[in-house]
Design a protein around this ligand. Structure first.
Ligand SMILES: [Fe+2]
Length: 146
């Protein structure tokens, strides 16, 4: 089960980092179409944040502990922090890139959960992949014409 524990901890830490980045951009975005992007990032962070508690409890359910500190997140997350306030178009591209990474990380955890016959967990991971595909669509659609 160690492979499942590792993959899900990485996916969880990355998901939390992704959530934080979307919230960061919701707060710090600027420009003439501020409101539109404030809402776009808002919709994304709220959906992802809404999945965090269930994600953590699913990890507990398969029998391991949940990483839940900035130090552990920093050790495990594959979604890099954004420490600068970047222009709006860059925010969209960066989150889109992180979103694609999230789909891959979730897919990896999904495959491992399936291999262990953990179908309840893999269903949850498949739902997270679907949610990220929708975020990807919204982010990609808003880069059109740039
Ligand atoms: Fe807000």
């Amino acid at each position: 089960m160690d492979d499942l524990y590792n993959a899900t901890k990485i996916a969880f830490a990355s998901e939390f980092s992704f959530y934080l980045k979307a919230h960061n951009f919701h707060w710090n975005v600027e420009g003439s179409d501020f409101h539109e992007y404030h809402l776009l990032f808002g919709e994304i962070y709220e959906e992802v944040y809404g999945s965090i508690d269930e994600f953590a409890e699913k990890i507990r359910g398969v029998g391991t502990y949940v990483p839940a500190s900035f130090t552990r997140f920093n050790m495990l997350s594959q979604v890099a922090d954004e420490t600068h306030v970047i222009p709006k178009d860059q925010m969209v591209l960066e989150l889109l890139n992180d979103n694609e990474k999230m789909v891959k990380i979730l897919k990896m955890a999904y495959d491992i959960a399936e291999a262990h016959g953990e179908h309840g967990f893999s269903n949850f991971l498949a739902e997270r992949m679907d949610a990220h595909r929708k975020h990807g669509w919204m982010l990609r659609a808003s880069t059109k014409g740039q």
